[in-house]
Design a protein around this ligand. Sequence first.
Ligand code: SF4
Length: 241
Amino acid sequence: MSKLYNIKNWTRHNLRAWMAEKSIKHCKVQEFRADQIFYWLYQKKAESFSEMHNIGRETRKIMEENFWISSLEKAETQQSQDGSIKYRLLLDDGLSIESVFMPHTSHNTVCVSSQVGCGMGCDFCMTGTMGLVRNLKTAEIIDQVLTVWNDQPEGKNIRNIVFMGMGEPFHNYQNLLQTLEILTDEHGFNFSQRRITVSTSGLLPKIRRFGKEKIKANLAISLNGVTDDVRSKLMPVNIPY
Ligand code: SF4
């Protein structure tokens, strides 16, 4: 049995390329099916290939032989008076991360984590005391959005995504970019780039690099100190930059 890939780690662009290659041997597999699979995964929130009924049986079988569809288990939730819900979600290796649902009058937001722990060591932050345990895979970030969204009553749509949970997103740069590609893909979630905010502690080289990427998102820089000295004490990242 060949290794199964978690499909949520794949961008549509990569999946199209994979399907184009498969179509050489299997005439029923067609590249455009990747668009339909994305629609099922991220707009219909399908949890199995068998639900994707407009995709032929042979293609679905090939998908099942090569891919699996992940999900995250809810370990704990805490609701605040303002309606925010904090989720502790379990990863496959037993570690856990936090995501938050934040309701607003005109829209709803999901705050996601990008790492387990964090290596930035900010003085005021509980996550910082853990140190960096590991980066989250693309699928693990995408699954936070899906888990929190699926937990809301029908009609409570998510419009904004903020990367302000555990971790420094720019320390997990490639997976951040892949996640942004899936979130903004017109066949996937189709979030507006203007509705996504990446919050960084201030990694200057990555801020510059991010500014040159094709994918754009809002950038938030945590200052947490009114002077350079205060900021350096609270956030060690301030010292080199
Ligand atoms: S970068 Fe964010 S998550 Fe990391 S230690 Fe600082 S405040 Fe905490």
